[in-house]
Design a protein around this ligand. Structure first.
Ligand code: NI
Length: 174
């Protein structure tokens, strides 16, 4: 049970490509995932990648019932996903004001695929396969990017749609 420090943008470790997990259901893996949940919950996040706490492994967690950071977002099942893969199943894109625990205090408008199919394994090595849309699809793709060293500001196509949450709120953008 440890709340770990979250790396912030500028830290070169956030730009590394994470390595696949080889062994499942180990005490080391269970401890890491517990730390990830403690860290995500302490920060009120909707998702966290292992790379954000300096562990270069292809592990993400995400989920949201009601998240104060994203009051309009729909519910997403609490998920552990290891060695994830995904494919896009529709040309439709969805724009969302994203935030990231590694880019604190800021939001940016990013468009991503609206419907995807993803697969991966849980911490016990059990296969998870799902179709996702809406906020669920967005969160997955955001966390997946972290595993390849990509942060959401890299995905903003209109640079004017990026800034501090307080200013964006005051200006009525979010
Ligand atoms: Ni993030």
């Amino acid at each position: 049970m440890t709340v770990r420090a979250i790396l912030r943008i500028g830290d070169p470790r956030l730009r590394e490509i994470a390595e696949p997990v080889e062994f499942f259901d180990t005490s080391e893996l269970h401890e890491l995932i517990e730390d990830m949940f403690d860290t995500m919950e302490a920060a009120d996040g909707a998702g966290l990648a292992a790379t954000q706490i300096g562990e270069m492994k292809r592990i993400m967690i995400f989920g949201a019932d009601e998240n104060p950071r994203y009051p309009d977002a729909e519910e997403v099942p609490m998920t552990v996903l290891i060695n994830p893969e995904f494919s896009v199943i529709s040309d439709e894109v969805l724009g969302f004001w994203e935030g990231c625990l590694s880019v604190p205090g800021m939001r940016g408008y990013v468009e991503r695929s609206a419907r995807i199919r993803y697969r991966g394994f849980d911490q016990f090595g059990l296969l998870i396969e799902r179709e996702a849309e809406g906020f669920h699809a967005i969160v997955f793709q955001h966390e997946y990017d972290h595993l390849d060293g990509i942060l959401y500001p890299d995905r903003i196509s209109d640079r004017t749609l990026f800034g501090y949450s307080e200013e964006l709120e005051a200006g009525g953008a979010i």
